[in-house]
Design a protein around this ligand. Structure first.
Ligand code: PEP
Ligand code: MN
Length: 261
């Protein structure tokens, strides 16, 4: 399905909302959380990680391709398109075959031009929307390079996700926002909408609102917020996930100071 998000995203009432669990854990889990999100808010996309890029081995690495139909069915149930992370050509093929609507390239993949090129080649010839997270290191050109590789493969429906940048130690953020980098991306590639991911920037629930508000003040188009029915028991990123009710409360607290663009 052609979503043409790059052009249509600006027509959504801000924030364009992507919600859903860090990881798809079971058929029941993703179905229940999608229904709960739809009962509280109006998500534009449901997210769910199928293959998880974990820093250390022996962490939960995702349910794998078996979970793709669970995610797709959860989206169908509430009538909302779904998105998952792809890190190689095999992921792309499986996700497209299962009917995932939007693909995203994760921060640990954007750093690797070989991997981005492989993904671009695997997507070539389709009309799917691709979202690209910033690389984990604060390198604007690497982020731009990933978009260029996709554009050269004829993939033009592109969206950026700002998820912050790795640092050895930081008392406040899990990944420092370095807001000048997404702003720099907008200056270099003005047609690509930017969505903020406060969950991975903050790393903790109590920091989400500040980061989301800052993104709205900077006129970002949307927010990706990890949402789980039982965040404390989540199989990945438990500390930063919130319930659908908390998501609704967070959205209600946002002040949209600037006019929609
Ligand atoms: C995620 O969105 O769950 C994820 C792994 O993201 P990132 O690539 O930003 O670390
Ligand atoms: Mn996560």
């Amino acid at each position: 399905m052609k979503l043409d998000l790059q052009n249509n995203l600006k027509k959504y009432k801000r924030p364009f909302l992507i919600a859903g669990p860090c990881s798809v854990e079971s058929e029941e889990q993703v179905m229940n959380v999608a229904k709960a999100i739809a009962a509280e808010t109006k998500p534009a996309l449901i997210r769910g990680g199928i293959w998880k890029p974990r820093t250390r081995p022996d962490s939960f690495e995702g349910v794998g391709a078996i979970g793709l139909p669970w995610l797709v069915n959860a989206g169908k149930e509430i009538g909302v398109p779904v998105t998952t992370e792809v890190a190689n050509a095999k992921h792309v093929e499986a996700a497209l075959k299962a009917g995932v609507d939007v693909l995203w390239v994760g921060a640990r993949t954007t750093v690797n031009p070989f991997a981005v090129q492989e993904i671009a080649d695997a997507i070539k010839g389709t009309e799917i929307t691709v979202m690209v997270k910033n690389p984990i290191n604060p390198d604007l050109m690497l982020w731009i390079g990933a978009f260029e590789r996709l554009q050269k493969a004829g993939i033009n429906d592109l969206v950026a996700i700002h998820r912050g940048f790795s640092v050895y130690k930081h008392p406040r953020y899990r990944n420092v926002p370095n807001w000048e980098i997404p702003i720099g991306l907008t200056e270099e590639m003005p047609d690509i909408p930017v969505i903020c991911d406060p969950s991975h920037i903050s790393g903790r629930r109590d920091g989400l609102l500040n980061v989301a508000q800052k993104a709205m003040d900077l006129n970002f188009a949307g927010l990706m917020i990890e949402t789980h029915n039982n965040p404390d028991k989540a199989w990945s990123d438990a500390e930063q996930q919130i319930t659908p009710i908390q998501l609704k409360e967070l959205l209600n607290q946002l002040v949209l100071r600037k006019a929609n663009i």
